[in-house]
Design a binder for this molecule. Structure first.
Ligand code: NAD
Length: 276
């Protein structure tokens, strides 16, 4: 038996994190696109990691439970990396809400039920949620605490109240941060920790779809005018994840870490501030 890491979303950010913490562990990679999981599993195996690719859909509770059951065949689940997601240019509003918002909430809930004592998790939110104005105490609390099966029926998430796919994505990512706060209390009952990371523009296939999508110029302008003056890399996100997931991060739980080259700061108080 080995310690097991559940990892959803066989993309660049997930892989960079898994390479930091995955040595000596059994790693189960779940992805909706099994080919992605297989390609990444091959790269990881050739670098000495013990990886099993699995087809799964984070927007289905049944599929999440199957992933957990697959992991439990090998030992106790001691870590979760959730890097599955779809971006505003990749999917319609309903899919973004189902995958990025509902799926993440269910994953945190279900893994929280089985995580080992002292276990740890990270979920990837986004800087995009930080650019949106505050939603207020009441809506924040709804996003944090509404039972998962009722989340998508919230007034604030009803189709007539979501402007476009970017708005859906921002609501999903805001919800991720709130859900992490809520779940950290339950994870904490087992001395387990859960945090989120909100990356800015990180070059991955998902970001490249955005550069080539309807908001391409907006994103290129964003990284050109942020204090860092460039997009980030998945390895830089992994630097943060390593801190959060290793014993050095033992006092960090229920929080979100923004890593965006200063884009949010510039959006509020610098050259990226939208015209009135
Ligand atoms: N790249 C960026 O600039 C950026 C910035 C902020 C946040 N993020 C977030 O980081 C996470 C990972 O993105 P990435 O940039 O590494 O993308 P990526 O495209 O490299 O990987 C995402 C993976 O998620 C998988 N996926 C999509 N829907 C799924 C589903 N329903 N169930 C299971 N797997 C599914 C895809 O098949 C893909 O393999 C996403 O949540 C994304 O929103 C990315």
């Amino acid at each position: 038996m080995k310690e097991v890491i559940l990892w959803t979303g066989a993309g660049q950010i997930g892989m960079a994190i898994a390479r930091r913490i995955g040595f000596g562990k059994k790693i189960i990679i779940g992805d909706k696109n099994l080919d992605n999981a297989k390609v990444i599993a091959k790269i990881m195996k050739e670098a000495g990691f013990d990886v099993v690719p699995v087809e799964m859909d984070i927007s289905s509770r049944e599929s999440i439970l199957n992933l957990i059951a697959e992991g439990q065949k090998y030992g106790e689940i001691t870590a979760l990396i959730n890097a599955a997601g779809v971006s505003p240019s990749q999917a319609p509003i309903e899919t973004i809400l189902k995958v990025d918002l509902y799926g993440t909430a269910v994953l945190l809930e279900e893994v929280g039920k089985v995580i080992a004592h002292g276990g740890v998790g990270v979920t990837i939110s986004s800087q995009s949620g930080h650019r949106m104005p505050q939603l207020g105490v009441e809506i924040d609390e709804q996003l944090a605490t509404t039972p998962t099966e009722e989340l998508l029926s919230l007034e604030v998430l009803r189709p007539e109240n979501i402007k476009d796919t970017l708005h859906a994505y921002q609501m999903a990512k805001r919800c991720n941060v709130k859900r992490v706060m809520f779940e950290s209390i339950r994870w904490g009952e087992k001395n387990a920790r859960i945090n989120s990371i909100s990356p800015g523009i990180i070059v991955t296939p998902l970001a490249i779809d955005e550069f080539n999508g309807p908001r391409g110029e907006f994103y290129k302008n964003m990284f050109a005018k942020c204090p860092a003056g460039r997009p980030g890399t998945a390895d830089e996100v992994a630097n943060v994840a390593e801190l959060l997931m290793m014993p050095e991060g033992a006092f960090i739980t229920g929080t979100d870490f923004l890593i965006d080259g200063g884009a949010t700061a510039s959006y509020f108080y610098g050259p990226l501030k939208p015209a009135e």
